[in-house]
Ligand binder design. Structure first.
Ligand code: LLP
Length: 386
């Protein structure tokens, strides 16, 4: 078990809470920055949906990355954190008029447009504002990424992007609209992808799309390949910093860029997942005929990924020095799916022990809710507790 938590500091705190290791976050960001030195045409935009905690956003903003936003709220959070609008990409299938106006007011880097219908509204609203909107077209490449079905986005049946077979229509439409400034293309095939072959396929689709656009007289200055790089949920200590070198090299080797073009990435999980841990206390250890349940004071409202996607998170008893035993680790919420782990080995557990649910920095706090009228989880960084 990794002894990386200041348990004596936790003793005084109300649980559950998210604990963020800002040293690890900085190490991860510095690894990316070092890699980018070999790829001067690459730009990283942090996908705010993964974690919008102000302390986290502040560190990422200071490191100079842009933002990938999917709502007006995220655009406001990015700007509040000091991320310049000129580095904000805005995706999402259902941008409202109000959100589009907000993005136009800030003159963001780019709308990633997901349908003809949306493109026409953006063109109209930009016209009303007597401005032009920077747009990239999000394509749906019909690629099945190797990941949980619920978080794959690049198949034809998914709601995202415009089908690649509609490219000719897209080109006609883009040429006909007067209030848009066409920048390029955007694709995102899913999340928690560890199979580099998926990104090879993505690159090859990008090459074909770019060739088609340029051969029909529409030059492309910006290519955005989304996010999706996965992390090591089974070994958060050994795999603390994802393999960004191999990831960027896949694109270097497979995606053709000319000297005028920029390649944008929208990384979320790979930046923040490993620096966050959900810390909770054991309320009861409940004996039952066929198993023992460790009942935590954290529930699916605090971290929904296991209940929602059957996602695996490593669970550790960070208080107990005893030999491991087999338990189901569950929350207090009134749903049978409020389970963090079934039949898992934990050091023999007692009421009051601290339980750490690892790799929870991405899509943990940002997806928390008040279901059952529970409080939203608190959060602390390592520096808060010094
Ligand atoms: N760009 C776009 C357009 C996206 O939709 C997403 C994630 C990203 C970038 C960032 O992807 P990442 O680098 O984090 O894989 N709640 C789910 C994940 C949903 C991802 C949604 N889109 C989970 O907990 O696994």
């Amino acid at each position: 078990m990794a002894n990386i938590f200041p348990i004596e500091k936790f003793d005084k705190l109300e649980t559950p809470f998210y604990y963020y290791d800002t040293h690890l976050l900085r190490r991860t960001l510095n690894t990316i920055k070092d890699e980018l030195k070999s790829h001067p045409q690459y730009e990283v935009h942090y996908a705010i949906k993964a974690n919008a905690n102000p302390a986290i956003l502040d560190i990422i903003s200071k490191c100079g990355f842009g933002a990938d936003c999917v709502s007006g709220g995220e655009i406001e959070a990015a700007i509040k954190a000091g991320i310049p609008a000129s580095k904000i990409a805005y995706a999402g299938v259902g941008k409202t008029d109000r959100e589009i106006m907000l993005a136009l007011e800030h003159n963001i880097m780019c709308f990633n447009v997901e349908s003809f219908e949306e493109l026409e509204i953006i063109n109209m609203l930009a016209g009303e504002k007597k401005t032009t909107a920077n747009v990239a077209i999000r394509f749906n490449p019909d690629i099945k990424a190797h990941t949980i079905d619920n978080i794959a986005t690049g198949k034809k049946e998914n709601k995202f992007g415009i089908a690649i077979d509609m490219i000719d229509e897209v080109i006609e439409e883009v040429k006909s609209l007067g209030n848009i400034n066409f920048k390029g293309i955007h694709l995102h095939i899913g999340s928690q992808i560890l199979e580099m072959e998926d990104f090879v396929k993505l690159s090859s689709t990008v090459n074909t799309l770019v060739e088609t656009f340029e051969s029909k007289g529409l030059p492309i200055s910006d290519i955005n390949v989304g996010g999706g790089l996965g992390i090591d949920y089974s070994d958060p200590d050994f795999g603390a910093v994802p393999d960004f070198k191999s990831y960027f090299n896949v694109f270097k080797q497979n995606l053709k860029l000319n000297e005028r073009q920029k390649l944008h990435f929208e990384l979320g999980r790979s930046i923040v997942a490993q620096c966050g841990t959900l810390i909770s206390r054991v309320t009861y250890v409940k004996r039952a005929p066929i198993k023992e349940f460790v009942i935590l004071d954290a529930g699916m409202n605090d971290l929904v990924r296991p209940a929602m996607y059957k996602a695996y998170h490593k669970i550790e008893n960070i208080s107990s020095p005893y030999e491991p035993k087999c338990y189901d680790v569950v929350g207090p919420v009134c749903e049978s799916s409020d389970v963090f782990g079934k039949d898992i080995m934990l050091n023999e557990t007692h009421r009051g022990d601290f339980i750490a649910i690892r790799s929870a920095g991405a899509y943990g706090e940002s997806m928390a809710s008040t279901y059952n009228l529970r409080k939203l989880p608190l959060s602390y960084t390592d520096t808060d507790l010094q």
